[in-house]
Design a protein around this ligand. Structure first.
Ligand code: ADP
Ligand code: MG
Length: 441
């Protein structure tokens, strides 16, 4: 019977992998079928977030597969099988089951799946520290950076790591929008007591995209009090936003100063090497193994943010699954909208210098010299930015090409241009067109 069951389950998973590859994850192999009785197939999962993922993302597809494979209308149940946790399950249910069960964490968003590099090292270290001793190290922890750079991933990783240590932790994790809507509803229903109890009773409060609070005065007021109550009882608070507290328009000063009380850390865009590492990681989570030229092609082509990087991989993988499942460079070019060319070209610092000197009408000797006037320093910084994003060179090597400048100067240049791109449409456009020129030459 066990063999028959395993066989059915394996076939169901193969179906999912073949027809809906975007949902496939390598951890599916750890799911164990438990039994098939009265048309109900039960499978065991060792993590709650897996259970939620299967229910919310894959249920329809798995049901469709199960029907095709068995020829019967069967239903599926995902059973949580953590033994330690089951021992305490009564207690858990009573204490916090209500709360934590409602939160959906993405099983991909763990520390193990997070690639650490120069652009996020501090944010990552702070999140690890907070997950190990909440309320004691950095409180509040404020992560900021532009969209798609891993803020949500890190915050969920903290929550999931804490839940792994003890299911008893009362975690309030939500987007700021949910907080605001919840507050508005509580006001309308005259139910502020319950609202306050719920939020102020948390062991850890995690609010994503707090910039949403900027426009909302009454919610800010309420949040201020929630914050103070939790902070005073040494409960951990983690916040994220697309800019630093000081840069947030229309945020009350007292909130800005509260946010600055702990650690404020910025996540920058990943450089080329890191984009490669992230793609390898994402590929392994999806149980695929694309060749290096494909990974490098995607990492060069997509430089704006990590979410798009992942989207590109999904696209290439999806296209491959429509054919024979093999991921090739031709396929990648087809999926990402570029005609296949015979050889993949490496972008060099010389090419970058050539484009930039031409665009700004400056000389190479100026870029390598000591002058710091804006007319020279700005194109120099653009060169460093492009070199970091488009070539595989380290910060030291890039500095070496520009008059022996050290790595902190290159990092500073990178951050400066990145910030300018965020805030100034003209600069963003100029940088993008230089990038496009270089990548599509
Ligand atoms: P943000 O909240 O900053 O907008 P997300 O956390 O949603 O960004 O990240 C977008 C995608 O990029 C997610 O799939 C996330 O897993 C991935 N990602 C971002 N940074 C990293 C990283 N350093 N390592 C692995 N994946 C990353
Ligand atoms: Mg986010």
């Amino acid at each position: 019977m066990a063999d028959v069951l395993t066989d059915i389950w394996d076939k169901i998973l193969s179906y999912l992998q073949k027809h809906h590859s975007q949902y496939w994850r390598s951890w599916f192999e750890q799911i164990e079928p438990i039994g098939l009785e009265n048309g109900l197939l039960r499978v065991g999962v060792p993590e709650r977030s897996w259970q939620q993922y299967l229910k919310q993302k894959c249920n329809e597809t798995l049901l469709e597969a199960a029907r095709k494979i068995t020829g019967h209308l069967i239903s599926l149940e995902y059973v949580y099988t953590d033994q330690n946790d089951l021992l305490n399950s009564d207690l858990n249910q009573k204490q916090n089951g209500e709360n934590n069960d409602l939160i959906f964490f993405n099983p991909d968003y763990t520390f193990g799946n997070f690639v650490v590099g120069p652009c996020n090292r501090l944010a990552h270290a702070a999140c690890i520290a907070v997950s190990e001793s909440p309320g004691c190290t950095y409180n509040p922890l404020f992560l900021h950076g532009s969209v798609g750079l891993g803020k949500t991933h890190l915050m969920q990783a903290v929550c999931q790591a804490m839940l792994k240590q003890t299911q008893q932790t009362r975690i309030m994790y939500m987007t700021c929008e949910t907080f605001v809507n919840d507050f508005i509803r509580a006001v309308e229903e005259g139910n502020l007591y319950d609202f306050r109890y719920k939020y102020r009773y948390a062991d850890i409060l995690v609010i994503d995209d707090i910039q949403f609070l900027a426009e909302r005065e009454r919610s800010q007021e309420e949040f201020f009090h929630t914050f103070n109550t939790l902070y005073q009882s040494r409960k951990q608070i983690i916040l994220s936003a697309d800019c630093s507290p000081a840069e947030m328009p229309r945020l009350e000063d007292r909130l800005v100063s509260r946010f600055n009380q702990g650690l404020v850390t910025r996540i920058d865009k990943p450089d080329y090497e890191m984009r490669m590492a992230i793609l390898y990681k994402k590929a392994s989570i999806r149980g695929i193994d694309p060749p290096e030229d494909v990974i490098s092609f995607i990492a060069r082509k997509i430089y704006s943010n990590t979410r798009e990087l992942e989207g590109a991989l999904t696209k290439v993988h999806g296209l491959a699954m429509l054919e024979d499942g093999k991921i090739t460079i031709e396929l990648a070019r087809q999926a990402l909208g570029e005609e296949p060319t015979p050889a993949h070209r490496q972008i060099t610092i010389s090419q970058i210098i050539e484009s930039v000197t031409e665009h700004f009408n400056v000389r190479l000797s100026d870029l390598q010299g000591k002058r710091r006037s804006r007319s020279i320093a700005f194109p120099r910084q653009i060169c460093m930015y492009l070199a970091r994003d488009l070539t595989g060179h380290s910060l030291e090597e890039i500095g070496g090409h520009f008059g022996g400048r050290d790595h902190t100067t290159v990092l500073h240049a990178y951050r400066n241009i990145d910030r300018l791109c965020d805030n100034d449409e003209n600069i963003r456009f100029m940088v993008n067109s230089l990038m496009t020129g270089l990548t599509q030459k």
